[in-house]
Ligand binder design. Structure first.
Ligand code: ZN
Length: 191
């Protein structure tokens, strides 16, 4: 497996809408290798997710995983490794909330991002099997973050500009408040 270069804000590829992947393309050795490399890259960077644009490929593929306590996001509940191909998100209900997020493509920046707290996500796994799942709470936010990437959208587009913070400032001034809110979300939704 190969660890891929993570593209950073300002790289035009992060602003492209990625294209759908066909079933034959998904089954190809090249795409399967790309998925393996994305998983490896996400894990090495300590991310909770990674979308294909972030490594310079404009296909609708993203990976997400929270295993044990993630050092970047210690409050996130566990999420088994999920490979999302051609994901589509539909909001369920009307609940929204602000989630403090970081992004591997925006080094040293965190922001409060409004997210739907209950969604349905339809996607193919890496074997082309369709899944329809409901996600809630912080996990719903993670999925919206990744699908945003595939549409060329970054957290700075959705964030309250007054909430932008470096990771040091987040730790100093905002972490305690947000982790309290995050615990409330996890208690309420179990995710
Ligand atoms: Zn991101």
């Amino acid at each position: 497996m190969t660890v891929l270069e993570i593209r950073e804000i300002g790289d035009p590829v992060l602003r492209e809408r990625s294209r759908e992947v066909s079933s034959s393309e998904l089954a190809s050795a090249e795409t399967q290798r790309l998925i393996d490399d994305m998983i490896e890259t996400m894990r090495l960077a300590g991310g909770a997710g990674l979308a294909a644009n972030q490594i310079g490929e404009t296909v609708r593929i993203a990976v997400a995983e929270v295993s044990g306590q993630n050092p970047r996001y210690p409050y996130k509940p566990e999420l088994p490794l999920t490979v999302l191909v051609n994901p589509v998100i539909e909001p369920l209900g009307h609940l929204s909330g602000a989630i403090n997020e970081g992004c591997l493509s925006l080094p040293d920046l965190r922001a409060e991002v409004p997210r739907r707290l209950e969604i349905r996500v339809t996607y193919l796994d890496r074997h082309g099997v369709e899944h329809v799942e409901e996600k809630r709470g912080l996990t719903a936010g993670t999925f919206q973050h990744e699908v945003d990437h595939l549409d060329g959208v970054l957290i700075v587009d959705r964030a309250d500009p007054g909430s932008l913070a470096s990771w040091d400032s987040y730790e100093r001034f905002h972490r305690d408040d947000f982790e309290r809110r995050a615990r409330g979300i996890v208690e309420r939704f179990g995710q």
